[in-house]
Design a protein around this ligand. Structure first.
Ligand code: ATP
Ligand code: MG
Length: 353
C-alpha cells in the first residue's frame, strides 16, 4: 500500500444480489461503512434493507457479490461466524430466551467456567460490568421476560459487546421505543462510537438520521441509489432518493366535501423536540380546519410529522406555539384528559411485540 492510499473501510459489500421466487430483493448492491461511525441504512418498505443485513450477518447467503472486512474478503455461512468476525446484528424481533436470566442470555453458549460447571459468579460479574457500561439498571439474574422492550434491546447490545463486536447492526431499533427510550439508546450508540464501534442503523423515522447518523445509504427497489455524509444532505434529498421522484407539494383543495361549520381549527401549531434546541423542530406552523362531518386525511412520509400533529392535538405532547379552537372557541389542551373532555379521541395503531 502506498502512503497516499486510504486504509480499507471497516466493511465493504460489493455487487450483492439476492433473489427470492419472483422478487429480486437485491440487485448488485454496493455498501460501505467507514470506521467508528453511525451509518443510516434507508429505504422504503421492501427496498431490501433487511435482506442485505441478513447477508452481512451470515443468516442468508447472497446469490453473488463479495464482502470485505478491513480489506479482507470473508464469507459467512452462519451468524456465529459473523459474530466471531466482530459483526453483531440486533433484529427487531429479539432472539433472547425469555425464561433465562439476563446473564445467561448475554453469554449463552459462551459461559465462563468449564463445560460441566458454569462459573455463575463470574458470569454475573461480567454481565454487571456490561450492564453498567450501557446503563442497564437490572440485576444480572433478572429474567428477560420481565424486562421492557428497551431493556431487552440493551441485553442484546450487552451481548454484542461481550463478543467484542466492531460493528453492530440494528434493524429498526427505535420502532417500538418511546421517545425517552430512543434518547437513551442514542446515548449508548454514541458511547459505542467513542469506543470505536460502528453502528448500521435502519430506521423509517428520518428525523433520527439527522439526530444521530454520520453517513447514509439509500436502497430503492433492491438497488443502491445514494450514499454520503449526513452533513451534506437534506431531508428532501433523502426522501427523493427513497421514492425516486420529485415531490411537489399538493395544491390545497379549493372546494371541500364538507359544507358545515368548522369543528376543529388548528392554528400555527409548532413544537420543538427539546425546548433548549430550537433547531429540532418537530412541527412547524401547522394549520388546518376540520369541518363537522368531514374526514380529513393527514398524508406524508414517515417522519413528516403526521403522528406528531395528532399527538399534539390530543395533548400527548406539549406544543410550543399555536392554538386549537373547538367550535370556534380557543381551548387549552395540555393533557389527553383535557382532549377527551373536549370530545377528542385518539386511536393508535397497535404494535405487538
Ligand atoms: N424470505 C423471503 N422470501 C421471499 N421474499 C422475501 C424474503 N425476504 C424478503 N423478501 C422480499 O424481498 C424484498 C426486500 O425485502 P426486505 O425485507 O429486505 O425489505 P426492507 O427494506 O427490510 O423492508 P422494511 O422496511 O419493510 O423492513 C421484498 O419484496 C420482500 O417481500
Ligand atoms: Mg426490514
Amino acid at each position: 500500500m502506498s502512503d497516499t492510499e486510504a486504509p480499507p473501510p471497516l466493511l465493504r459489500m460489493t455487487g450483492i444480489s439476492k433473489s427470492f421466487p419472483g422478487v429480486r430483493a437485491l440487485d448488485a448492491v454496493d455498501f460501505e461503512v467507514g470506521e467508528a461511525g453511525i451509518h443510516a441504512f434507508l429505504g422504503e418498505n421492501g427496498a431490501g434493507k433487511s435482506t442485505l443485513l441478513k447477508i452481512l450477518s451470515g443468516a442468508q447467503a447472497p446469490d453473488s457479490g463479495t464482502i470485505e472486512l478491513g480489506g479482507k474478503t470473508i464469507s459467512f455461512t452462519s451468524p456465529q461466524e459473523a459474530q466471531a468476525n466482530g459483526i453483531a446484528t440486533i433484529y427487531q424481533e429479539f432472539t433472547l430466551a425469555p425464561d433465562m436470566t439476563i446473564a445467561e442470555n448475554v453469554f449463552i453458549g459462551r459461559e465462563p467456567g468449564s463445560k460441566l460447571f458454569i462459573n455463575r459468579k463470574q458470569l454475573e460479574a461480567q454481565t454487571s460490568a456490561l450492564s453498567k457500561r450501557i446503563g442497564l439498571e437490572r440485576k444480572p439474574d433478572a429474567l428477560v421476560r420481565d424486562l421492557s422492550v428497551a431493556e431487552q434491546q440493551m441485553v442484546e447490545i450487552a451481548r454484542a459487546l461481550s463478543m467484542q463486536s466492531r460493528l453492530i447492526v440494528m434493524d429498526e431499533p427505535t420502532s417500538a421505543l418511546s421517545r425517552t427510550e430512543v434518547e437513551k439508546l442514542f446515548e449508548i450508540i454514541r458511547a459505542l462510537k467513542r469506543e470505536g464501534i460502528s453502528t448500521i442503523f435502519v430506521t423509517h423515522r428520518l428525523e433520527e438520521v439527522f439526530e444521530i447518523c454520520d453517513c447514509y445509504t439509500v436502497l430503492r427497489d433492491g438497488r443502491h441509489v445514494g450514499t454520503g455524509s449526513v452533513a451534506d444532505v437534506t431531508l428532501d434529498q433523502i426522501i427523493r432518493l427513497m421514492v425516486g421522484r420529485e415531490l411537489g407539494l399538493l395544491a390545497p383543495r379549493e372546494e371541500s366535501y364538507a359544507t358545515g361549520e368548522v369543528a376543529l381549527a388548528v392554528k400555527s401549531l409548532t413544537r420543538r423536540r427539546k425546548a433548549s434546541d430550537a433547531s429540532a423542530i418537530e412541527l412547524h406552523d401547522v394549520s388546518f380546519n376540520v369541518q363537522k362531518g368531514e374526514i380529513l386525511g393527514l398524508a406524508g412520509l414517515v417522519g413528516a410529522g403526521r403522528t406528531e400533529t395528532a399527538r399534539a392535538i390530543f395533548g400527548a405532547d406539549t406544543i410550543d406555539q399555536g392554538r386549537i379552537l373547538i367550535d370556534g372557541q380557543p381551548v387549552a389542551i395540555t393533557s389527553p384528559a383535557d382532549a377527551i373532555a373536549q370530545g377528542i379521541q385518539f386511536f393508535v395503531e397497535c404494535i405487538s411485540v
